[in-house]
Design a protein around this ligand. Structure first.
Ligand code: TXA
Ligand code: MG
Length: 319
């Protein structure tokens, strides 16, 4: 009710007053609060039902602003920052005292990124503090890629939803940290790993699972709809389930067109960027239907396809 709009001044006023505002980014919508204000940040955890051991990414508008938030910017991190920011990349860097422990869940490193969305960059420039923002969804559910997604689930928890339209990338940022100076991939995401490798060389991939509570966003089951998701060969799966109970999410081929909106195609042209941008929106749409199961197939495992397959695997995980 008047909560969704493009009024940056309004959004800034709420944030200055310590309230929550949902912000558009190129990856997914964020649930933002003043990153330097523990009380404001604590509301993020409450609104999302997010466990306090899960650290939150801090969003800034330029490298200068970031320099106050960290104690060191290793040369490789600076190179990646200059090449890929603003963009779908989060760097894990040693934090300065200005970042409250609540933001990093007590860790001595903070996740930082400069998002590539004109409205949010304008908003960040208006503020004299950075914004802590996880994805604006209840913990464990699919991330929001449209303002309506935020409104449906967290509308009564936010003061305002800044409407930046549908997210262009549609997958959360790629997360890179450093161990003994070596770059490590903690989350495969919206920035193609091959592009990072061109600069950083080969990287170890350390996707956290439920056995490692340090990055619970990477829990085995995450990004999960309420309707169970089953991944595999769609024709084989169709044979296992009664037709009236299934929804389908395929890559480029349409299966059982007679199912209408219950059978969705990520990208009829087979474009992985389009598929990434559609993924969460289509999963949400299917999750609203009275289905017993959503049948999905993997997409080609290259470039952004790796991130899509990661999210599909977690959506299908049951523990
Ligand atoms: O694209 C994105 O990254 C979006 C937009 C809003 O920026 N944000 C996002 O935040 O996906 P969230 O909280 O849903 O996922 C962030 C992930 C979590 O898995 C968290 O554990 C990890 O980043 N993370 C954040 N800070 C960290 C830190 N200091 N050390 C290790 N992992 C961290
Ligand atoms: Mg999230």
């Amino acid at each position: 009710m008047g909560k969704i709009g493009t009024d940056i001044k309004q959004a800034a006023a709420f944030l200055k007053a310590g309230q929550l505002v949902s912000i558009p980014t190129e990856t997914v919508y964020g649930l933002a609060a003043n990153a330097l204000d523990s009380i404001a940040v604590s509301q993020i955890f409450e609104a999302k039902h997010r466990p306090h051991f899960d650290p939150i990414i801090v969003h800034a508008h330029d490298l200068d602003q970031i320099k106050d938030l960290i104690v060191d910017l290793p040369p490789l991190a600076e190179k990646l920052a200059k090449l890929f920011w603003p963009g779908p990349l989060t760097l894990i860097l040693p934090k300065s005292k200005s970042i409250p422990d609540l933001v990093t869940a007590g860790l001595d490193h903070v996740g930082i990124r400069i998002p590539r969305h004109p409205l949010t960059l304008k908003l960040l420039k208006k503020l004299d503090f950075p914004l802590a923002a996880p994805s604006a969804n209840p913990f464990g559910y699919i991330s929001p890629t449209r303002p309506e997604h935020v409104d449906e689930q967290l509308g009564d928890r936010v003061a305002y939803i800044l409407d930046g339209g549908p997210c262009q990338v549609g997958l959360e940022s790629t997360i890179i940290g450093f161990e003994n100076g070596d770059p490590i991939v903690y989350r495969i995401g919206g920035l193609d790993l091959d592009l990072i490798k061109e600069v950083a060389g080969p990287m170890r991939i350390k996707l956290n699972t439920s056995s490692d509570p340090r990055a619970p966003g990477m829990l085995k089951s995450h990004y999960a709809p309420k309707v169970p998701v089953v991944l595999g060969d769609i024709n084989a799966l169709i044979a296992q389930y009664p037709k009236e109970e299934i929804g389908i999410l395929s890559f480029k081929k349409q299966y059982l067109p007679e199912l209408g909106t219950r059978s969705m195609v990520l990208s009829p042209d087979g474009d992985l960027r389009v598929a990434a941008a559609q993924l969460f929106d289509m999963l949400r749409a299917l999750d609203k239907l009275p289905l017993n199961v959503i049948l999905c197939e993997w997409v080609p495992d290259l470039g952004l396809g790796k991130a899509i397959n990661d999210r599909l695997t977690r959506a299908a995980a049951r523990d």
